[in-house]
Design a protein around this ligand. Structure first.
Ligand SMILES: NC(=O)c1ccc[n+]([C@@H]2O[C@H](COP(=O)([O-])OP(=O)(O)OC[C@H]3O[C@@H](n4cnc5c(N)ncnc54)[C@H](OP(=O)(O)O)[C@@H]3O)[C@@H](O)[C@H]2O)c1
Length: 293
């Protein structure tokens, strides 16, 4: 069994490499920093690159993830998250392998009042969400042998993410203001990697929502992080809840994007952990000083 992991230096990709079962031959691929390198922007080279390595399973954890920047360069986001993904799906269909891909809660408009199911209508409200939606559509059209996991609010002890930003700001600012009117579910990259391998083992195929249980606002997420730091004896900033209109960003975000994970829970046959429980398990691994760099 040969598994190729694209985006091996990203949050989810890194955890996929760390957690790969020992009996599996893993090929980590990134733009740089890995033995095998590849840039998905080189669309014409994708088929020959995959044919040369012929993976049984291709896990695509690479993506254009700069949500605000995507508003300025939507074509680049669509190239990586849409067109490149379509070619990955076509080539994996030709090779007879499985394609595992990640998508986002930002394919929804956030107007619903109850958690989104896989069957609910998509209506992305920003360029990143639209580009990820294109990728989902392309896979479902060209390749039946796929597993798409929609997840949300990804963080880890490494990488560029909300957890590390909050830990840095808590230690360096007197006041930190965080939006309290966007609701979703924080999801650790290690949780996604662990569940990806479980689902592969169970031969799950199709589209699934995958986050821990429960939901909160960005403020609620920050509150947990600040409370933990305080309990550990760190001097922390004052945390203030603000509405989104007081924190303007280039990209509009959905107000509510909690995902209903009943479908994946049924396949796994066991309840998913609560997001707070997952966060606690990550916080104990984090060195707050490492977030100051
Ligand atoms: N982050 C979130 O909050 C979030 C939420 C929902 C869904 N997701 C989805 O989850 C998946 C994993 O996200 P993540 O948080 O792990 O993202 P990440 O940490 O930003 O990692 C993405 C990786 O993709 C690589 N990449 C970008 N453009 C590339 C290109 N042209 N060729 C090759 N590699 C390229 C990046 O490489 P460089 O290091 O070279 O830039 C980076 O290592 C993505 O599909 C994302 O859309 C993420």
């Amino acid at each position: 069994m040969r598994i190729m992991i694209l985006g091996a230096m990203g949050q989810v990709g890194w955890q996929l490499v760390q957690q790969a079962p020992p009996q599996i031959n893993v090929i980590p691929v990134a733009r740089q920093g890995t033995a095998v390198t590849f840039d998905l922007a080189d669309l014409e080279a994708i088929p020959s690159f995959l044919r040369a390595h012929c993976p049984d399973v291709l896990i695509n954890a690479a993506a254009y993830t700069a949500v605000d920047q995507a508003e300025q360069e939507p074509e680049q986001a669509q190239r990586i998250n849409g067109t490149a993904v379509k070619i990955l799906a076509q080539t994996m269909a030709e090779l007879g392998g499985v394609l595992v891909h990640y998508s986002t809660d930002y394919v929804f408009d956030g107007q619903q009042a109850v958690p989104y199911r896989e069957t609910d209508a998509t209506a992305p409200i920003n360029a990143y969400g639209y580009s990820k939606w294109l990728g989902e559509q392309a896979i479902a059209t060209v390749n039946a042998n796929y597993l798409i996991l929609r997840t949300s609010w990804v963080y880890d002890v490494r990488g560029k993410n909300f957890l590390r930003t909050m830990v840095r700001l808590a230690q360096t600012r007197p006041l930190v203001r965080v939006v309290a009117d966007q609701v979703g579910t924080p999801t650790a990259a290690s949780f996604i990697a662990r569940l990806t391998y479980q689902l592969l083992l169970l031969q799950a195929r199709g589209l699934y929502h995958l986050t821990p249980q429960g939901s909160t606002s960005w403020y609620g997420f920050a509150r947990k992080i600040f409370d933990y730091l305080k309990a550990q004896g760190y001097a922390t900033a004052t945390l203030e809840a603000i509405p989104s209109r007081d924190y303007p960003t280039a990209a509009q975000r959905p107000a509510f994007s909690t995902l209903n994970c009943e479908k994946v829970t049924a396949v796994l046959g066991a309840p998913l952990p609560h997001w707070e429980q997952v966060l606690e398990s990550i916080l104990v691994q984090l060195n707050p000083a490492s977030c100051l760099d």
